[in-house]
Design a protein around this ligand. Structure first.
Ligand code: HSE
Length: 436
């Protein structure tokens, strides 16, 4: 193959502009590595007049990304617009239907329509590549799909959202408010256009849905994911976690169990000594448990222009080389439609923070409600607000419990019973513990 690869790029935001810059900077190296010259022949973006600091004089401007996707002047369509419907979906479908390979960073689109798009790519004999959709610059898609082909994977979990990890890290280290940290993440270009996608866990869930399919050879099933974000995490939780030897991270976890695949996104207590606990700031990390390799953790930049562009350019290079892997690692017809293990059946340890009315019998009552369901307590810590010699201040006190492994259903039942007994003043805070 010696002809040029003609690339059309839709979306010239932080990532799109970085892709153009990287293609220019690595032009000679990419040509040497792939045997082809890679040329951007078409672009589409909202504001053609904006200075993006990149030279686009050689590329034709398209107002409509779908027209770019259909253009006979491109061989490969790169979608960097985002959004699970609308122009992004229409343009990707158009490109694939026209027999052009597609490279995308669009995790929301893949989580929702990944199976249909993979089937279309398969029918047309073209590539659908999405390394940049999960964990920014970390080559996790290739690692799962190609690098670990000789393994049976039992669990994949990770910090998949740079914005949330940045917020939690700064709250923990600097005692700053959630809002102040989020504003900084937005200013630094880490957050999604709508940051609720980050902080409410949806961005992590989209990425987890893709990882689960790649890890287990199953159909993408984003609707099966239990999702909780980081809004409810307080400085008190971060301090208590620290005292107990843990850090709090927003994790996406997918696990194969005897009852099916469990997929969940929620704030998680991880032991401070674990590899994942060391990951601070916008950095992402993914840990894979597999039979041959045992445990593998990949750590790297999870967001930001250049890091994400690195993954996009790697996919472009694959297309230039003529590499076309099955998007989710197997022919779509052979992907398993796996049973879903519901969250109520989740098994693990729990951190529970309660605001308790400071009356005799309160702690005993809560312990009793746990014991009735065979929940064993690893530790119990009461944080007294300080009160007079009479022994009654009236204000609720914080009680933090750690449990040994139990089930979600038992924890929820015990807390409901304890709340009904009248000792608990506010909605209990529940954070699951993830062991290495
Ligand atoms: N908003 C995402 C994050 C960007 O914070 O990780 C990368 O998908």
């Amino acid at each position: 193959m010696s002809t040029s690869l003609r690339v059309g790029i839709a979306g010239l935001g932080t990532v799109g502009a970085s892709v153009v810059r990287l293609l220019v900077r690595q032009d000679a190296a990419l040509q040497a590595r792939t045997g082809r010259k890679i040329v951007v022949t078409g672009v589409s973006a909202r504001d053609p007049g904006r200075d993006r600091g990149v030279d686009l004089s050689g590329a034709r401007w398209f107002e409509d990304p779908v027209a770019l996707a259909a253009s006979p002047d491109i061989d490969l369509f790169v979608e960097l617009m985002g959004g699970d419907e609308g122009a992004a979906r229409a343009a990707v479908e158009t490109a694939l239907a026209a027999g052009k390979s597609v490279v995308t960073a669009n995790k929301a689109l893949l989580a929702k329509h990944g199976m249909a798009l993979a089937r279309l790519a398969e029918r047309k004999g073209v590539a659908l590549a999405f390394e940049a959709s999960v964990a920014g610059g970390i080559p996790i898609v290739k690692t799962l799909r190609e690098g670990l082909a000789g393994n049976e994977i039992s669990r994949v979990y990770g910090i998949l959202n740079g914005t949330c990890n940045y917020i939690l890290s700064r709250m923990e280290r600097e005692g700053l408010s959630f809002e102040a940290c989020l504003a900084d993440a937005q200013r630094l270009g880490y957050a999604e256009a709508d940051p609720t996608f980050d902080i409410d866990g949806f961005d992590t869930a989209h990425k987890l849905a893709i990882l689960t399919s790649l890890a287990f050879g199953s159909s993408v099933d984003a609707e099966a994911i239990h999702i909780e974000g980081v809004r409810a995490i307080t400085l008190d939780d971060l301090r208590s976690a620290d005292e107990l030897g843990y850090r709090i991270k927003l994790l996406g976890v997918a696990q194969r169990t005897a009852d099916g695949i469990e997929q969940r996104v929620h704030p998680t207590m991880v032991p401070k000594s674990s590899a994942i606990a060391q990951v601070m700031g916008v950095t992402n990390a993914v840990t894979i448990d597999a039979d041959a390799v045992k445990e593998l953790t990949l750590v790297g930049p999870g967001a930001g222009g250049e890091a994400t562009a690195s993954a996009v350019v790697a996919d472009i290079a694959d297309v230039a080389r003529g590499i076309r892997s099955a998007p989710f690692g197997l022919p779509t017809a052979t992907l398993e439609v796996a049973a879903r293990r519901p969250m109520q059946r989740h098994e693990g340890g729990y951190y529970i923070r309660l605001a308790v009315h400071d009356r005799p019998g309160a702690a005993a009552n809560i312990a009793m409600r746990m014991a009735e369901r065979n929940i064993s307590l690893e530790s119990i810590m009461q944080k007294s607000a300080g009160r007079g010699a009479s022994g009654a201040s009236g204000a609720p006190v914080q009680v933090v419990l750690l449990t040994y492994a139990t089930t979600e259903a038992k924890i929820r039942e015990a807390l409901e019973a304890a709340v009904g007994d009248g000792y608990i003043a506010e909605k209990p805070q529940v954070i699951r513990i993830e062991r290495e």
